[in-house]
Write a protein that binds this ligand. Sequence first.
Ligand code: SF4
Ligand code: SF4
Length: 168
Amino acid sequence: MQMIDFEFRNDLIKEDFSLNYCYQCGTCSSTCPVALITEGEFNPRKIIEQSLLGLKDLLLKDQNPNVWLCSTCQMCVEECPQNVLLTEIFEKIKNKIISQGESYPESFKVQAKSVIENGVAIPLTPPIIRRRDQLGLPKVESASTDEIKKLLDATGFEKKIKILKEEK
Ligand code: SF4
Ligand code: SF4
C-alpha cells in the first residue's frame, strides 16, 4: 500500500501552487502526444493526481507513471482549463528524484555528461550540420565550454549528478 506523505505534497504545492487547482478533468492526458503513443501508459493527469495525494514513493522510487517520458511539448499546459503548470511540476519531481539519489533513465545521464563535456545536451554531429546546411538553416554558434563549466561548478551540477561523478 502506498503511504501518503503530506510533507512531500505540501512541498510540491509550495514550490508550484498551480498544482492545487487541478480538478482531474483529464484534458492534459487527452491532448498529450506521449500518452497517445504509449496508449495511455504515460498519463500526465495521473502524475498530477499522485502529486496531490502525496504518493512520494510511487513518484520518486517506482516512477509510475514515468515522469521522465514527458517531452515538455507544453500542449497540456496550453490546454489545461485550470492553468496547472504541469511541466514545472514534473521538473520539481525530477529534481527530487536526482537530489534523493533515486535512479533515472540512462539517456538523461548521457545528456548530463554531454552538457559537462560539450556544453550542450545533444552535440552537433556532422550529419546534423549537413542536414542544417541542406535546409538552409544558419550555423549554430557553440557556447564556450569553459563558461558553461563555471556555471555548472557554481550550481554544484556534477555533485548532484552523483552517478556521473562515480563514473569519472
Ligand atoms: S487538464 Fe489541468 S485540471 Fe485537468 S486533469 Fe490535467 S492538470 Fe488537472
Ligand atoms: S508537456 Fe509532457 S505531459 Fe504535457 S502534453 Fe507534452 S509530453 Fe504530454
